[in-house]
Structures are given as structure tokens and as C-alpha cells.
Design a protein around this ligand. Structure first.
Ligand SMILES: *[C@@H]1O[C@H](CO)[C@@H](O)[C@H](O)[C@H]1NC(C)=O
Ligand SMILES: *[C@@H]1O[C@H](CO)[C@@H](O)[C@H](O)[C@H]1NC(C)=O
Ligand SMILES: *[C@@H]1O[C@H](CO)[C@@H](O)[C@H](O)[C@H]1NC(C)=O
Ligand SMILES: *[C@@H]1O[C@H](CO)[C@@H](O)[C@H](O)[C@H]1NC(C)=O
Ligand SMILES: *[C@@H]1O[C@H](CO)[C@@H](O)[C@H](O)[C@H]1NC(C)=O
Ligand SMILES: *[C@@H]1O[C@H](CO)[C@@H](O)[C@H](O)[C@H]1NC(C)=O
Length: 259
């Protein structure tokens, strides 16, 4: 879990792409010919280079490269919420045989959260065989149940592994808190203590949720998150966003990095 122990505002120019950080690391992908050379970070020698075992993927944590378990996410539930999640209705209804429900490849989904997740997946490879489902709302708790076909309904009922939507973490209602774990705060307005997150069901193992959070944190720390925010004009705020449907009440005024 990303703790808000210290908050830094960094410029995009100062941030390093993680791929180059990983690439520069002395041991990772270095030539080897005996397992002993690679053992330091839990890497092993395979096909002549030091790399992570098949069920693990490299991650930079506090300046150190390690091999971390891959947390496979099989099911994602999301809603349309420009610019966080943008779905293309004509793509979803098209007859063309595209991988419409593939979390990793679907051309029908884009937006900040989708791009962040896919960027994290480039390092973490956790979206193998993952399918994405669009539901109708985030959901409300009423008379003991969540709105049908909502993100909360899916999270609380273990019908999904990840609810991809914007949640304003400090203002969560108790029923929401009881149903989910929060991971990864991406962008926020420090003065207003707004923190955004990705939600996983309570039934999802907590340690594994942390691992996923670290993957997403890496996207942020490497500066790649900033590139994605720029791509969607996040710092331009509402004037640009209003072009399309927008459900989110959060109003970012500038890009803030939480490190
Ligand atoms: C093993 O690798 C080292 C350094 O790359 C090289 O000097 C050495 O000749 C290699 N040994 C064998 C048996 O390939
Ligand atoms: C939406 O999908 C359709 C059909 O796949 C495609 O032609 C169109 O360019 C897409 N629109 C956007 C904005 O990506
Ligand atoms: C993904 O699906 C393919 C085909 O169904 C299967 O061979 C493969 O093992 C699956 N991968 C994972 C990680 O489940
Ligand atoms: C949700 O669906 C179930 C059955 O599909 C139905 O019994 C229930 O009344 C629905 N709940 C709401 C809140 O619409
Ligand atoms: C915090 O939110 C309030 C209400 O939306 C707004 O008036 C105020 O400008 C915000 N403060 C900052 C620092 O963004
Ligand atoms: C949640 O659903 C997944 C997939 O169906 C299943 O493997 C897992 O055991 C379920 N967890 C709980 C706590 O029910």
C-alpha cells in the first residue's frame, strides 16, 4: 500500500523511465553463464542472461531491483468515466473479431486508468487472459444490497478481481470500506486530501493487493504516469474534459505526484 508519508511534487523531466532504470541495473539482463552470478536479487541465469523466474517479474522498489511474484488479474469491472476510463461503444458493438474483452489488448477501452494499468502490465505481466467487463454504475448500497451490475456489486460479491474506477478514498462510505481494499493513489490534490485509488475485493489476498499496488506505484515513480496524465490533458482540467461525458466529481488542477 502506498503510504502518504511524504509527498513530493516532481517534474516529468526529472523522472526516469522505469525501463531504462531497469535496463541500467547491473545484474538484470546481464550476460551470465552460471547461476551464482544472478542470485543476488532472486534472479537466475536463463538463456545466457540474468532474469526473473517465470512466475516473477522485475520491479524497482526503493531503488533496488527485485523479482516479485506476478499477481494475475483475471477479471476487471469498470464503468465509463471520461477521462479515467473511456469505452468506445461502436468498437464494443462492432462485428469485427477484435479482442474486445481483453484487458491487455482491447481497442475498445482507453483512458487514464486503463493506460496506467497496461503500463504496469508491461513490467508485471499480470493481465494474462484477463477480461474486462463494463458495468452500469459504481453502485449504491440500499436495503442491504448493492446496485445490480455495478462495480461495488462485483467487488463485494467476488465477481471481479479489480474495480477500475475513480474512488475518492478519504470520503468513502463505511459500506464501501467494508467491501474493498484500496491500492495505489495516483494523483491527488494535497490540500484537499483527495486520493484516488483502485479497488480490489476484500476476498483478494491483501499481500497480493500490495504487490499490485507496488506495480502501479512503479509506473508513477518512473514518470510514465505523468506521460499518461499529459496524454489526457489532466492538468488542463475541466475545459478539456467537458468535451465528453464526465462522471467524476474530482477536479484536478494540476498533476501532482505522490511518491
Ligand atoms: C562466463 O562468463 C564470463 C564473463 O562473461 C566469461 O569471462 C567466461 O569466459 C564465461 N565462461 C564460460 C565457460 O563461458
Ligand atoms: C471507436 O471504434 C471504432 C470501431 O472500432 C473506430 O473506427 C473508431 O476510430 C473508434 N473511436 C475512437 C475515438 O477511438
Ligand atoms: C491463458 O489461456 C490460454 C488458453 O486458454 C492457456 O493456455 C494459458 O495457460 C492461460 N494463461 C494463464 C496465465 O492462465
Ligand atoms: C438484483 O438482481 C436480482 C436477481 O437477478 C434480484 O432478485 C434483485 O432484486 C436485484 N436487486 C436490485 C437492487 O435490483
Ligand atoms: C478544495 O475544494 C474546494 C471545494 O471544491 C475548493 O473550493 C478549493 O479551491 C479546493 N482547494 C484546493 C487547494 O484545491
Ligand atoms: C473469488 O472468485 C475467484 C474466481 O472465481 C475464486 O477463485 C476465489 O476462490 C473466490 N474467492 C472467494 C473468497 O470466494
Amino acid at each position: 500500500m502506498l503510504k502518504i508519508a511524504c509527498i513530493l511534487i516532481a517534474s516529468i523531466a526529472e523522472a526516469l523511465a522505469v525501463s531504462s532504470t531497469v535496463g541500467l541495473h547491473a545484474d538484470y539482463l546481464a550476460a551470465c553463464n552460471s547461476t551464482s552470478r544472478c542470485q543476488k536479487q532472486g534472479m537466475y541465469c536463463w538463456e545466457g542472461v540474468c532474469q526473473c523466474p517465470p512466475n516473477k517479474a522485475p520491479i524497482m522498489l526503493r531503488g533496488e531491483l527485485r523479482c516479485r511474484e506476478i499477481v494475475q488479474i483475471k477479471r476487471i469491472s469498470t464503468i465509463e468515466d471520461h477521462p479515467w476510463v473511456i469505452s468506445n461503444a461502436s468498437c464494443l458493438s462492432s462485428e469485427k473479431a477484435v479482442a474486445k474483452s481483453s484487458c491487455r489488448h482491447s481497442p475498445c477501452y482507453s483512458g487514464i486508468l486503463v493506460d496506467l494499468l497496461r503500463s504496469a502490465d508491461e513490467d508485471g505481466k499480470f493481465l494474462d487472459n484477463c477480461t474486462i467487463t463494463k458495468v452500469s454504475s459504481v453502485g449504491r448500497f440500499k436495503s442491504g444490497a448493492w446496485t445490480n451490475n455495478s462495480i461495488m456489486d462485483h467487488l463485494a460479491g467476488n465477481k471481479t478481481d479489480l474495480g477500475l474506477a475513480i474512488f475518492n478514498e478519504p470520503t468513502l462510505l463505511p459500506h464501501v470500506r467494508a467491501a474493498i481494499h484500496f491500492e495505489s493513489i495516483f494523483v491527488g490534490n494535497y490540500e484537499n486530501k483527495t486520493a484516488l485509488g483502485i479497488a480490489v475485493p476484500k476476498s483478494f489476498d491483501k499481500e497480493r493487493a500490495y504487490e499490485l499496488g507496488d506495480r502501479l506505484h512503479q509506473v508513477q515513480e518512473s514518470g510514465r504516469a505523468g506521460e499518461i496524465f499529459d496524454k489526457y490533458f489532466l492538468q488542463d482540467g475541466l475545459t478539456v474534459w467537458k468535451k465528453e461525458k464526465q462522471l467524476t466529481t474530482f477536479k484536478p488542477r494540476r498533476v501532482v505526484y505522490w511518491l
